[in-house]
Design a binder for this molecule. Structure first.
Ligand SMILES: NC(=O)c1ccc[n+]([C@@H]2O[C@H](COP(=O)([O-])OP(=O)(O)OC[C@H]3O[C@@H](n4cnc5c(N)ncnc54)[C@H](OP(=O)(O)O)[C@@H]3O)[C@@H](O)[C@H]2O)c1
Length: 257
């Protein structure tokens, strides 16, 4: 039996990964900040699928939290075969409206934690000659979208570079770039979603199914939907000024501060 560690497992895309991997018979290490919610999730997945689910409470915006997860990933006696770096969030507001402390917290969770956890996992995986890492980025990586888009662009670049450096080691890395998915993300960030057209929304379970297929195929970048493949392709051809005008409006309606 293999073991997968998922950060941000209790909601949205992370919860969809947990459901799918448990149904496929993987043991799980579930990581988030809310211990009660993690315990309920672990019990539910154990009872439903007969897998072992460990709970690891960690705040990935804190060194202590990152170190705790890195230590678990480096445990050679209880190896982790698949790491899903999924935990993430949006800040409420545009550049200069968001407090600097929140921007830095985002870089810590989206970039520093991803770097340190990917490194801890892949060192152990390289020794065993097998393993996989999915780093959840976003299609926002390809458009001008403040610190969020910049942090996700880092995830894409870092993951593809690391995948190339580890080619032939048996360790696969892939950046996953979802478009809009109905999760707790937008409500947590105080973002209104009524200006996002219905046809742009993706289903989290379908997204996860495509992501796992893409990883198995050895892809290093997964944009799991033809609509978003077309949009990101068009974005590369569009003048930057026009692109920025469109993308800075879509899905960025913030409620009262
Ligand atoms: N939803 C979208 O439209 C969308 C689109 C593209 C990319 N993404 C990316 O997909 C990933 C998952 O987002 P989601 O939409 O599923 O969000 P979500 O529903 O809000 O879930 C976020 C998860 O991350 C955990 N988390 C948040 N901050 C954390 C921290 N500091 N330390 C540890 N865990 C933390 C949360 O649990 P706790 O609060 O208990 O810690 C929760 O389990 C993110 O990286 C996001 O940027 C989302």
């Amino acid at each position: 039996m293999t073991t997968a560690l998922i950060t941000g497992s209790t909601a949205g895309i992370g919860a969809a990964f947990a459901r799918r991997l448990a149904a496929d018979g993987h043991n799980l290490v579930l990581v988030a900040r809310d211990t009660q919610r993690l315990r309920e999730q672990a019990t539910e997945l154990h009872d439903r699928h007969g897998i072992e689910a460990e709970v690891l409470t960690a705040d990935l915006a804190e060194d202590k939290g990152i170190e705790a997860v890195a230590t678990r990933l480096g445990d050679r006696k209880n190896p982790v075969d698949l790491l899903i770096n999924n935990a993430g969030f949006g800040n409420k507001g545009r550049y200069l409206d968001v407090p600097m402390a929140d921007e830095l917290r985002m870089l810590k969770v989206h970039c520093e934690a991803v770097l340190r956890l990917t490194s801890a996992a892949t060192q152990a995986m390289r020794e065993r000659g097998r393993g996989g890492v999915i780093n959840v980025a976003s299609v926002a990586a390809f458009v001008p979208r403040g610190t969020y888009g910049a942090s996700k662009a880092w995830v894409v670049q870092f993951t593809q570079g690391a995948a190339r450096d580890l080619a032939g080691s048996g360790v696969r890395l892939m950046a996953l770039c979802p478009g809009f998915v109905r999760t707790e993300f937008h409500a947590r960030a105080g973002m209104g979603t009524d200006n996002i057209p219905n046809w742009l929304w993706l289903d989290a379970d379908k997204l996860v199914a495509v992501a796992l297929t893409d990883l198995a195929r050895g892809k290093t970048l997964s944009i799991p939907d033809p609509r978003y493949k077309a949009l990101t392709g068009a974005a590369r051809l569009m003048p930057q000024g026009l692109l920025g005008g469109i993308t800075s409006k879509t899905g960025r309606k913030y409620g009262p501060q």
